[in-house]
Design a protein around this ligand. Structure first.
Ligand SMILES: Nc1ncnc2c1ncn2[C@@H]1O[C@H](COP(=O)(O)OP(=O)(O)OP(=O)(O)O)[C@@H](O)[C@H]1O
Ligand SMILES: [Mg+2]
Length: 144
């Protein structure tokens, strides 16, 4: 059975660096598959649910070419890839969706950045990386 590696991509420079690290990890493992996953999450409570969903769908369409071009690049380098854009209509942290995905897809290693698009925070880890380090059942590699 192949070893499944998940790289969490949010478009940030550090998540791009995580992709490069994930590529190395795939090459180290025999017969590994890389899952490149982006979560589109709900911006916050709103009275207009239809508008919020349409906005999220727009974000997903914007995110798709980015992960597809990463897939093309990696497949060109001989890496077997899957891509997924997960829609989270709830108000959970995107980490929850990534952790669920990891369980459902028998992921053995999650690779992600220490921080993401959220700008400079006070803490070394962002909320997504922090929750994944605490709650994921598989190995986690945090790139900084
Ligand atoms: N929506 C997302 N989809 C996929 N991966 C994500 C997403 N958000 C974050 N990540 C992954 O988690 C890493 C850390 O990002 P995180 O969101 O924790 O930091 P931040 O954006 O700086 O902080 P915060 O979001 O708490 O303001 C990113 O480099 C990326 O690998
Ligand atoms: Mg973030």
């Amino acid at each position: 059975m192949s070893f499944n590696i998940l790289v969490a991509y949010d478009g940030s420079d550090l998540s791009r660096k995580a992709v490069e690290e994930a590529k190395k990890q795939v090459k180290l493992a025999e017969d590994a598959v890389l899952h490149i996953v982006t979560v589109i999450s709900n911006g916050g409570p709103t009275v207009n649910v239809a508008l919020a969903r349409s906005f999220m769908n727009d974000l997903a369409e914007e995110a798709r070419p980015a992960i597809e071009s990463i897939r093309e690049e990696l497949e060109g380098a001989g890496v077997a890839c899957k891509t997924d854009i997960l829609m989270d209509y709830t108000f959970r942290n995107p980490a929850s969706q990534l952790i669920d995905y990891a369980k459902e897809n028998e992921i053995g290693l999650i690779v992600l950045g220490s921080r993401g698009l959220g700008g400079v925070g006070r803490f070394f880890l962002g909320s997504v990386s922090s929750q994944i380090v605490h709650q994921a059942e598989c190995k986690v590699l945090v790139v900084k």
